[in-house]
Design a protein around this ligand. Sequence first.
Ligand code: PLP
Length: 354
Amino acid sequence: MLKWEQNVRKVVPYVPGEQPNEPGMIKLNTNENPYPPAPGVERALRELSADRLRLYPDPTASVLVQALADRNGVKPEQVFVGVGSDDVLAMAFLTFFNSGKPIFFPDITYSFYDVWADLFRIPYACQPLDENFQIRREDYFRENGGIVLANPNAPTGVAESLDGIRQILDQNPDVIVIVDEAYIDFGGTSALPLIPEYDNLLVVQTFSKSRSMAGMRIGAAFGQLKLIRYLNDVKYSFNSYTMDLTALTLGAEAVKDEAYFQETTAKIIATRERVKGELQKLGFRFPDSQSNFIFVTHPDLEARELFEALRERRIYVRYFPKPRIDNYLRISIGTDAEMDALLAFLREYTGKRG
Ligand SMILES: *Cc1c(COP(=O)(O)O)cnc(C)c1O
């Protein structure tokens, strides 16, 4: 090792799902929304003038913050925005997890949490989900340096009840509890209404899934004033202009179209429920998903082999070679036509083996 290498901040990076771009592919591997963003987003995009790029964007992100505050019935000072919820979550880790005590999150969850913890030198202790991939609440009643829960969880799709979140908050008044609600619009119950009661609750959401804007990179956090002020202090010390003009403008447009949002999320939920039934008929098993994906296993099939077979047909799903879940596939919910193509392949595949 070279001398300077001893002083490099060494990290094992997060590996995002592959992003193939092939004609005719069916992409069900990174939980993107199969429908376009709200029509107002396209309109606003066309109206943007390149000349405006000469100027720095608004560092307070006020159009977007205001739109989110109005939509969620909170004050603008209770809203923090960032470059996708990955940026928001990373800022929150850096801001709030400095006690030196281990932070807690489940053993099976969003695989960025341990990466940020390592990056920021935050100790952590993973709490095992039970055999049904449910959180064991009592695990979170012990002393810790903070808590992060994805609700619904990824990659399982399992939702925790608001009562469960409340119990965990009640037992942890002295640390920050982050609830990552990337998939909340597909069925779970949001913890947003608990914010007035808990000064230590941070609710994080994203535009990447239910708002069809993964490519635009917008995330948000909601909490009491003090919490958001601390987050902004760290953000302004890092990069004042994280949100570019396009993201601010198009993000605000997306939030304003509630009807379109309700319509597309309802469509995805309906497709998910139909696909659940079809998968069951084929012998697949899965925890009951409240998200825009289903986490499936099959008693007679090797997940990795099925993953490869799907890949050959240009149907992309996600496989995690990790303890406890290495015989599962995470399948995002696409359009009805995409899911029908997937189901047709699975019928053929399971038929051949059965
Ligand atoms: C997709 C996802 C995110 C982050 O999404 P962004 O695109 O960065 O907003 C955060 N948490 C979970 C659990 C996710 O699945």
